[in-house]
Design a protein around this ligand. Structure first.
Ligand code: ATP
Ligand code: FE2
Length: 334
């Protein structure tokens, strides 16, 4: 059985994943994460990391899956959105492999890939997607052949906000998982009731996170218990996402909500989403955490769906697009 290979390189993560061409098997991704020594991501350094890790990573992945180049039926890659220098590495690897193996090339929309792997793994069919990652925070639903963005952050992504707060209190990148741990340890000892005053920013179906970031840093600088600040930050910022998710469900009449993106690894946002969905008689879904964070497998899965509906990318149309939007990709599959 042949495989569709997926290559992810939008930002920090360089990853190879695969699904079988018949859609039956989903293979685990092999990923390498660029971690800046200090400060935020430096696109060129991240791109260098991707170049340096690509060969070993691919060899390890193919070894683990037990396949040879001849079993790769098509090569899918993240065409956008993301950081230009990083996307370019994935694009070049994908083009070279497609030419060398003489198989179709499929440029995919990274945000749509988060949705499709979630639908595939959880079995939900027509969800509202709460896409909460480092760079993106969007509420998305399918309508008239596109995934439409119904609401989104007006400033920074929720994950970037968590990472920036982490950096301000001395937590290395990525801050989200450690913030979750500090918050849950705090709640175990003190209970969930006390929440610090933080600005809650929902504007219609849009959200904003820079105000809450500044206020949380001030609380920490004033000597508040970091566990309490982490707990408060999660409660307030996650509540705004879940509120917009609920509004989108009410507006579209859809009964399923699907979490995707790295922040969807967080147990508390899952729990809040679950509570909201059950209260409205709907259902909440999320894939395994390895498929919530950026990964090559989701790129392969979207590539498979596109190929099945007759879509491949000609070499001359395979340039990366750092500002590709979720709603720019026509959905030709069911
Ligand atoms: P995108 O290109 O889609 O914006 P990304 O480059 O931000 O993606 P992801 O792997 O989707 O990459 O998400 C990474 C983000 O997820 C980081 O900001 C990280 O802190 C956050 N994150 C990961 N695990 C958790 C967690 N348990 N709780 C909260 N945030 C988390
Ligand atoms: Fe992502």
């Amino acid at each position: 059985m042949g495989l569709i290979l997926g290559i992810e390189s939008t930002a920090h993560t360089f990853s190879f994943g695969a699904v079988s061409s018949d859609g039956v098997s989903v293979l685990p991704s092999h990923s390498s994460l660029y971690r800046p020594e200090e400060g935020g991501i430096h696109p060129r350094e991240a791109a260098d990391h991707h170049v340096n890790s690509s060969r070993t990573l691919l060899e390890k992945a193919m070894d683990d899956w037990g396949i040879s180049g001849g079993e790769i039926d098509a090569v899918a890659f993240s065409q956008g959105p993301g950081l230009g220098p990083c996307l370019r590495v994935g694009g070049s690897v994908a083009r070279s492999m497609s030419i060398a193996l003489d198989v179709p090339l499929i440029g995919v929309n990274h945000c749509v890939a988060h949705i499709e792997i979630g639908r595939r793994m959880t079995g939900c069919s027509d969800p509202v997607l709460l896409y909460v990652s480092g760079g993106n925070t969007q509420v998305i639903a399918r309508a008239s052949g596109r995934y439409r963005v119904l609401g989104e952050t007006l400033d920074i992504g929720i994950g970037n906000m968590l990472d920036k707060f982490g950096r301000a209190i001395g937590i290395p990148f990525p801050g989200g998982p450690i913030i979750e741990k500090k918050a849950s340890e705090y709640v175990k000892e003190n209970g969930p009731d006390r929440i610090l005053d933080l600005p809650y920013a929902v504007h219609g179906t849009d959200m904003a996170f820079s105000g809450i970031l500044g206020a949380a840093i001030s609380h920490a600088n004033r000597g508040e218990d970091h566990g309490l600040v982490c707990h408060s930050l999660q409660e307030v910022s996650f509540a705004s996402c879940v509120e917009v998710g609920e509004r989108a469900m009410a507006l579209t009449g859809k009964s399923e909500i699907l979490l995707g993106g790295g922040v969807a690894c967080n147990k508390r946002i899952r729990e809040m989403t679950q509570t909201m969905a059950s209260e409205r008689g709907g259902s909440a879904h999320w894939p395994d955490w390895r498929l919530c964070i950026d990964n090559g497998t989701m790129i392969a899965e979207l590539g498979r769906r596109m190929l099945d509906s007759g879509e491949a990318t000609k070499l001359e149309n395979s340039a990366i697009d750092p500002s590709l939007r979720t709603d720019m990709t026509p959905i030709s599959w069911s």
